[in-house]
Design a protein. Structure first.
Length: 484
């Protein structure tokens, strides 16, 4: 392995490579969403056809995210991450030169194969590179692409679609992908787990198909109606496959999804909190641009510039939270961060048609400040008692649950919006106010579940703290043990 450039420690090289991959993966969703009207016009496509540009990518992600932990453990995280990064970058180039809608959808599916493995495998690499006591520092890195990418997507996408060409929403990934791949190929170390076990075909099929069907139902429910035959059938079958997955995976010696990790109290409770708080985060971030563009008449670029201060708030605040984490502990930071996030989000429910946009930007900045108090300790504490051997599988579960949480949040808030009062042009102002209120109320529920977390469960991630030995039959040395 080559000597690290500029005197950087290995863990920071991992962080740089990880941010490159995750940034492209997350930004791709929002940047493409901005371009769908232009794509429909250029390809002379109907709304039901053009939505597969988004759905094809989403469903491909769903198939590969659950399997990513096993693939990384068995083949090696460096090989898998670089292969996924190369595939995503190549597919981006192919999307940019697509000459038909069918071509574009096919290349988006290929993008999803790479994107489905980038985030879980990259997260496992990051948390293996940073020791537990530095997980809060790693989380301040992790949160940058998580909030910056969806904030930049509408800005960059709006500018490219308006002033350049929709093809550049895909070409923009190329320099980031190439830089990340070169750095990773030269400097990353290979990591492989000898305990990966044989390929679990049943788990792969059940997890991939179940997640894809559930995400499809959640995406289509608000638009086609939750009682439509398509939504009911796909959602029901998806949930049945998930139930069968739990039955099968608990009886397989080497399961694709290691569900026994939910027995670890911090990992289980942190994932419960994640579902509610991330659902609100994704839902409000989806609804607010609709309000700004459809009701207030802003362009995609103006809308993106109005929501962008949220990312600035997160980045500024996360540096403080990273230092407070060791003294205060995750529990209070998570709870008070979510209480603040709920209060600030509720202010969106009083924004009117003529409210100064700088007031909206200030609300988004405050929301970002509070989000960092919730997200940084949540990410740092989640893996506190997960062994290095289980980190890859844990990150696959975490990423799967985050994807479901985002779809749930968007689906729930979009349903509230579309069921509210309407005007000739679409949902009325009152419908948006109700939707923002519901989005804000999801966060106090998350705050209540945040009380389930315990500071002592995250002691390994805090300087000067040591967790008492866990005497339960499910743990050895504070980490979840493997069944014998």
């Amino acid at each position: 392995m080559a000597r690290a450039p500029f005197g950087l420690e290995y863990k920071w090289l991992v962080a740089i490579v990880f941010v490159c991959g995750m940034f492209m993966d997350i930004m791709d969703t929002t940047i493409v969403f901005v371009a769908t009207p232009t794509l429909a016009r250029d390809f002379h496509a109907t709304q039901s056809s053009i939505e597969w540009v988004v759905l094809g990518y989403l469903l491909s992600l769903a198939i590969w995210i659950p399997a990513s932990g096993w693939i990384g453990d068995r083949i090696g995280t460096k090989k898998v991450f670089l292969s996924a990064l190369a595939m995503f970058t190549l597919a981006s180039a192919l999307c940019g030169q697509a000459h038909s809608l069918n071509e574009l959808v096919a290349f988006r599916v290929l993008q999803g194969v790479g994107g489905g493995m980038l985030t879980p495998v990259g997260t496992a690499m990051l948390f293996r590179a940073f020791p537990p006591v530095e997980r809060a520092k790693a989380s301040t890195v992790l949160i940058i692409p998580t909030v910056l990418a969806p904030a930049l997507g509408p800005i960059i996408g709006g500018w490219l679609v308006t002033d350049v060409s929709w093809r550049w929403i895909f070409y923009v990934n190329l320099p980031v992908g190439v830089v990340g791949f070169v750095l990773g190929a030269v400097y990353l170390r290979e990591h492989r787990e000898g305990t990966a076990g044989p390929f679990d075909l049943g788990g792969f099929v059940l997890s991939g198909a179940g997640l894809a069907l559930v995400l499809y139902a959640l995406s289509e429910g608000p638009l086609k109606g939750w009682r439509s035959a398509t939504v009911l059938s796909t959602g029901t079958v998806g949930l049945l496959l998930f139930a069968l997955l739990v039955f099968v995976e608990n009886r397989v010696e080497a399961p694709m999804l290691t569900l026994r990790l939910y027995r670890e109290r911090m990992f289980r409770n942190a994932n419960i909190v994640l579902t509610l708080v991330y659902g609100s985060f994704a839902g409000v971030l989806y609804i607010l641009p609709l309000f700004l563009q459809d009701l207030r008449g802003l362009s995609a670029l103006q809308s993106g510039l109005t929501t962008f201060p949220q990312a600035i708030g997160v980045i500024v605040s996360s540096q403080l939270v990273g230092r407070l984490y060791h003294r205060v502990g995750p529990r209070r930071l998570i709870v008070w961060g979510m209480v603040g996030m709920a209060a600030v989000t509720m202010l969106l429910a009083v924004v009117g048609l003529h409210t100064d946009l700088w007031w909206v930007r200030l609300i988004m900045f405050g929301r970002g400040v509070c989000m960092a108090f919730a997200f940084v300790p949540l990410q740092a504490a989640t893996y506190a008692n997960i062994t290095p051997e289980d980190t890859g599988r844990a990150s696959a579960i975490y990423s799967t649950q985050r994807q479901v949480a985002a779809a749930l949040g968007v689906g729930a808030l979009l349903t509230v919006l579309l069921s509210g009062a309407k005007t000739a042009a679409g949902p009325a102002l009152s419908a948006y106010h109700t939707t923002f209120s519901v989005g804000a109320l999801l966060v106090p529920l998350a705050a209540l579940t945040g009380l389930l977390t315990r500071d002592e469960d995250a002691a390994s991630t805090r300087e000067g703290h040591q967790r008492a030995p866990d005497r339960s039959p499910l743990a050895v040395g504070g980490a979840v043990s493997k069944p014998r």
